[in-house]
Design a protein around this ligand. Structure first.
Ligand SMILES: [Zn+2]
Length: 270
């Protein structure tokens, strides 16, 4: 019995989410992103270096984060116990959502996963932008060795302009093996779901404390993720809050890597 967290940072920047800016203005500024990701690396020391940076890919910026300046950062993260994962924002912001369209998801996931691997990195994790997920992508995740999915936010039901964006109603709140037909129930695929446990931006520190205490009281082995975003690192207040949140988590449990999560899952007999 143990409470385990995987510290995850979604590699998104503020401008990406703006509907007032032109597509060109929504693109990331390289020097700024490098500096924010450097701050992530410094922060990850509070979790023993263990964290996943989810590398953003979207129709707006395909392989921007596979440029040498970023690859150097991903290598630095792996060298200190961290890792990179694949983060697909396959959408036209608030207008069209392509997360269930395999003709679009196949090249998006393949190019990012293989791009990282061809550069000597070892991605094991996937998370959909806006926590989107379609069970149709499970065979794709399996074929690329992305055997841990972090898209589940139990209970989430996001509808925008009449379109269903993300549906995790009824999903388990502890790690489970994904079902090929329905991502919200345990099944027989080779991909494991690590649900979101702590959402640092959305929760107060008191609420994070209560979440951690509740998870610990479950009296079973628990594996959940702790979520922050790259844009959080622009604010000293958010950096302070993330540091405090990580400390609260550590008072109740331990941070683990994806590789350690896979070992624990094996021990759990899932
Ligand atoms: Zn995102």
């Amino acid at each position: 019995m143990s409470l385990n967290y995987v510290f995850t940072i979604d590699g998104d920047w503020d401008e990406y989410f703006s509907t007032r800016l032109s597509d060109d203005e929504r693109k990331p500024a390289k020097a700024r992103l490098v500096s924010l990701i450097d701050s992530e690396l410094a922060m990850s020391a509070a979790a023993g270096g263990k964290f996943i940076h989810f590398v953003h890919t979207s129709p707006l910026v395909r392989d921007f984060f596979l440029q040498p300046e970023f690859l150097a950062l991903w290598k630095k993260a792996e060298a200190s116990g961290g890792e990179v994962g694949v983060h697909c924002h396959e959408e036209e912001l608030y207008k069209a959502w392509h997360y269930a369209d395999l003709e679009r998801m196949t090249p998006a996931i393949t190019n990012m996963a293989e791009g990282l691997k061809n550069s000597g990195l070892t991605p094991r994790a996937y998370r959909g932008g806006y926590m989107t997920f379609s069970p149709g992508i499970i065979p794709l995740l399996e074929s690329h060795g992305l055997l841990l999915d972090y898209s589940c936010d139990p209970g989430r039901h996001m509808v925008k302009n009449g379109a269903l964006v993300s549906d995790w109603r009824g999903a388990p709140s502890n790690v489970y093996r994904l079902d090929y037909q329905d991502h919200r129930r345990p099944g027989k695929s080779r991909v494991f779901e690590v649900p979101l446990g702590v959402y640092i931006e959305r929760q107060s520190l008191l609420s994070i404390w209560r979440t951690c205490s509740r998870l610990k009281r479950r009296g079973e082995t628990v594996i959940v993720s702790v979520l922050a975003h790259t844009y959080d690192f622009a604010s000293w207040k958010m950096r302070l809050k993330i540091r405090a949140a990580l400390l609260i988590c550590k008072m109740h449990g331990s941070f683990i890597s994806s590789a350690e999560a896979l070992e624990k899952i094996k021990e759990m007999g899932l």
